[in-house]
Design a protein around this ligand. Structure first.
Ligand SMILES: [Zn+2]
Length: 363
């Protein structure tokens, strides 16, 4: 190694320390710079390791590259340092949809590793539960209000087992948010507001519903059962195989499993929407397979058509068939092989038959 090369190596090694974020404000600035540049690697280097946030933070960073939030601002307020950690509020302002400014404030935690501050995601309070881990975002009064959903985790997990025969792991982590804007901003900046969320390796996220205690219970069971299904299906599919299951089928299974907790009126509304799509405006299932590639204005098609195909299989071939279809997708990565496992010549043949059945269904 020449002296010049040695100096270069030395400079490279020292560079991170020289530019390190030595205060929470410098950390906010560094996060903003990485986000605006769509630099997922730089963003990940600013994250604190540990827990489900490690996976969530990496997925958040990956989205920065897919849909660069070129104008995002990161502002920390109310910073309370205590030893090697600090609590603060993080306000994010960005243009998710052209012409429309999004603004979300989240309670967050920062961690100091040596001299360097790192971002550890949202700050939570644990809520007592019989199974798994239930965490409420550290927002005023949310932990107290979340207590009423603690007993529902067991019921929702039991429903997934009843309907699909799949176990929900006892160590599931559920994070509760006060509204869908803050939930989605914690997942990634390009995500429109959603009521629930799950990705392999991440915590389940859900919005605490409003209304009477019965309404809160119903809405929570519906969303929890839906998200637990994603978790159970992903685990049963096997490591790395979850993404072989098309997105529409994932959503179809999740909505199907939550049937018990959907009102009769709500269920009929879902059915009549998919019947309508089957008659006119059906989007090819192949275009609904890869979630990040499906435009937002087609999401409803993925949810409704997915449920419609699952209903078709369950009612005409048997209750076990929807999961068998998904399982074979996971095992083979082949749509035609999956369709053959449930008695169709090809995925196209299955799609045609399902669509005809739905179009003819009078709901
Ligand atoms: Zn879903």
């Amino acid at each position: 190694m020449t002296l010049r090369a040695a100096l270069l190596v030395l400079t490279t090694l020292l560079a991170p320390a020289a530019h390190a974020q030595r205060t929470p404000q410098e950390l906010a600035q560094a996060l903003q710079t990485a986000a605006r540049a769509g630099d997922a690697v730089a963003y990940r280097n600013l994250l604190a390791p540990g827990g489900t946030f490690t996976v969530e933070g990496a997925n958040f960073a990956a989205d920065l590259t897919r849909r660069v939030p070129a104008d995002v601002t990161y502002t920390l307020g109310d910073i309370r340092e205590q030893g090697t950690q600090a609590d603060a509020t993080l306000t994010l302002v960005w243009t998710r949809v052209p012409g429309q400014v999004s603004r979300v404030t989240l309670p967050v935690r920062l961690m100091r590793v040596g001299e360097v501050w790192r971002y550890a995601g949202e700050a939570f309070q644990p809520v007592r539960t019989e199974t798994g881990t239930l965490l409420a975002l550290n927002a005023p009064g949310l932990a107290e209000r979340t207590a009423i959903i603690a007993p529902l985790l067991t019921r929702a997990a039991g429903e997934v087992r009843n309907v699909l025969g799949l176990p929900v792991p006892g160590d599931a982590v559920v994070k509760v948010y006060p509204d869908s804007s803050s939930l989605s901003a914690s997942v990634y900046l390009s995500l429109p507001p959603v009521a629930g969320w799950n990705e392999p390796g991440e915590a389940i996220k859900l919005v605490l519903a409003g209304g009477t205690p019965a309404e809160v219970e119903g809405a929570t069971l519906r969303v929890l059962t839906h998200e637990f299904t994603h978790l159970a299906v992903g685990l049963a599919a096997g490591a790395g195989r979850d993404k072989r299951i098309p997105w529409w089928l994932h959503e179809g299974l999740a909505n199907f499993a939550a049937r018990t907790f959907v009102s009769e009126r709500g269920w009929q509304a879902w059915q009549s929407r998919v019947n309508g799509y089957a008659r006119s405006g059906w989007v090819p299932l192949a275009d609904l397979a890869d979630f990040p590639a499906v435009p937002e204005n087609r999401w409803d098609h993925a949810y409704r058509q997915g449920l419609g195909v699952v209903e078709f299989l369950a009612e005409t071939r048997g209750r076990e068939e929807p999961w068998l279809l998904a399982k074979t997708f996971a095992e083979t990565g082949q749509g035609d092989a999956a369709a053959k496992a449930v008695g169709f010549a090809s995925l196209g043949a299955l799609e045609t038959a399902a669509r005809a059945w739905l179009a003819a269904r009078g709901v």
